[in-house]
Design a protein around this ligand. Structure first.
Ligand SMILES: Cc1cc2nc3c(=O)[nH]c(=O)nc-3n(C[C@H](O)[C@H](O)[C@H](O)COP(=O)(O)OP(=O)(O)OC[C@H]3O[C@@H](n4cnc5c(N)ncnc54)[C@H](O)[C@@H]3O)c2cc1C
Length: 455
């Protein structure tokens, strides 16, 4: 991992003005706070801040000699709940303003709107390190890195330039604008030439949970727009959503039964799945994929003409600003996520934790814990407890390491439909074994559970 810049090393042993300012001068009345900085206020950072403040409130009266002070830094003023992002197409609000949440905690938990830039590491455990940000320096006893993920383009030519990633509301707004413009163009063509053959192909690259969920939302959005705005001109136009997947099956991590259920719903919605199609090249007018024959291994190339940029949902990689990591930080083998120890700390750096999509954590079977909101929330809760119970109290006895508990998955299958995997159901022998549930009630459960995250 790239982090051994000579600049970082040079700064790390110096007494800078910020470090001196972090120490009390002789005779100065100084309350020594226990400072936690949280870098990134997405699902991981926000859950962690909430968990710590709730625990502090619950231990009311149990005064600690070092008051806790949390500073969470993120450039975005709103907390974005990413599982709801695609549903913005159909009117769902995926974000909440951070301010009201932080206002209730006063000095104890503050939101800083800005970006973390680099860390000046303390020469000893007794002094505070300093996080340098676009808003000034933040001294800390403990830092938690929760900077999430960014798209992985696997060095495929043209993928970065000619596709749209959908990771935040700006991407969604750009995508929605492109769709609306395209529909208007087609309507104008139809007004001038009533018998012109029109097509509306959309390419979504990657048929994991994100690609599947987006296809259903997009399908609903297109049908609604046509009915509401172009009932005359585009009534006969069938949206043609093409889900392109490199593997032989959709949802590569799901069971065969789950894949079959989702395939059934995709077919019923008229969404086309093109599996065994690995993207090789993207230009502004074409998408080129390769398929390998399972027996002969012959490779066949397909050229797809594109009107609108394809959506890139083929994978993610950890988003880690290199100057925020200590020297010699390692990546988890075979992955770009930061190697952490059993307590989610960077080995040899007990004052820095990594959680969420940026953290390289393995489960009991040795598999990398998935980049999901469920895993992220479990890590955030674990680290909140670890900081409060162990770091702040300086306990000699270390806690049990983090263990990921897979509680299953819920995949949205469009408006009012979702699928739930068996791990989420109660463990009663003989009952619910291998039962995959789907339907309106599961969609309602998903929504109720997710809405709670935004309050
Ligand atoms: C569109 C989409 C849909 C998803 N749907 C699901 C789903 O249905 N179910 C599920 O389990 N998982 C889902 N996921 C995955 C889930 O959202 C992630 O696993 C989870 O958000 C990871 O949390 P995180 O805190 O690590 O990162 P994020 O939630 O991505 O937050 C990272 C934060 O770090 C901030 N940041 C970045 N760099 C800096 C910096 N230098 N300084 C300060 N702040 C910085 C960013 O602004 C961002 O707010 C989805 C992901 C996406 C993108």
């Amino acid at each position: 991992m790239v982090n051994s810049s000579s600049q970082l090393t040079r700064h790390s042993r110096q007494q800078t003005p910020e470090r001196q300012a972090a120490r009390p001068s002789a005779g100065q009345q100084h309350v020594d706070t226990f400072d936690v900085v949280v870098i990134g206020g997405g699902i991981g950072g926000f859950t962690l801040a909430k968990a710590m403040m709730k625990a502090e409130r619950a231990s009311n009266g149990h005064r600690h000699k070092q008051p806790l002070r949390i500073r969470l830094i993120d450039p975005q003023p709103a907390f974005i709940f990413r599982p709801y992002l695609y549903e913005t197409l159909n009117g769902r609000q995926p974000s909440v303003d951070r301010k009201p949440f932080f206002d209730q905690w006063g000095e104890a938990c503050q939101y800083v709107q800005g970006s973390a830039e680099w860390i000046e590491w303390a020469p000893s455990a007794e002094t505070k390190s300093i996080l340098h940000t676009t808003q000034g320096p933040l001294p800390f006893n403990v830092a938690v890195l929760a900077t999430g993920a960014r798209p992985n383009y696997y060095n495929i030519e043209g993928a970065r330039q000619h596709t749209i990633p959908l990771l935040n509301p700006n991407h969604m707004a750009r995508f929605q604008h492109a769709i609306d413009e395209r529909l208007e163009q087609l309507a104008q063509i139809r007004r001038k030439q009533p018998y012109e053959y029109l097509q509306l192909p959309f390419y979504i690259i990657g048929a994991g949970p994100s690609g599947v969920e987006l296809s259903f939302e997009l399908n609903t959005y297109l049908h609604r727009q046509i009915v509401e705005h172009y009932p005359q001109e585009l009534a006969s136009l069938q949206p043609d959503i093409r889900l392109i997947e490199a593997e032989h099956n959709i949802l590569p991590m799901a069971s065969e039964k789950e894949q079959a259920i989702v395939m059934q719903h995709l077919l019923a919605a008229g969404i086309h799945v093109h599996s065994n199609n690995r993207v090789k090249l993207v230009t502004d007018t074409t998408l080129i994929t390769e398929s390998t024959h399972p027996d002969t291994k012959e490779v066949v190339e397909t050229i797809w003409e594109v009107d609108l940029p394809p959506i890139w949902l083929a994978g993610i990689q950890a988003n880690i600003p290199p100057r925020l990591l200590p020297e010699n930080t390692e990546q988890l083998p075979g992955s770009d996520r930061v190697c952490v120890n059993d307590w989610l700390e960077i080995p040899g750096h007990a004052n820095m934790y990594v959680i969420g999509d940026a953290a390289g954590v393995t489960d009991a079977s040795g598999s990398v814990v998935p980049a999901s909101s469920q895993a992220t929330e479990q890590m955030a809760q674990y680290v909140a407890d670890d900081i409060l119970q162990y770091k702040r109290r300086h306990l000699p006895q270390r806690r049990k390491g983090f263990v990921f508990k897979n509680k299953g998955q819920v995949v949205s299958l469009g408006q009012h439909k979702a699928m739930l995997t068996p791990e989420l159901l109660p463990k009663i022998p003989g009952l619910f074994d291998n039962l995959t549930m789907h339907g309106r009630h599961i969609a309602w459960l998903r929504q109720t559970y997710y809405d709670a995250k935004l309050t």
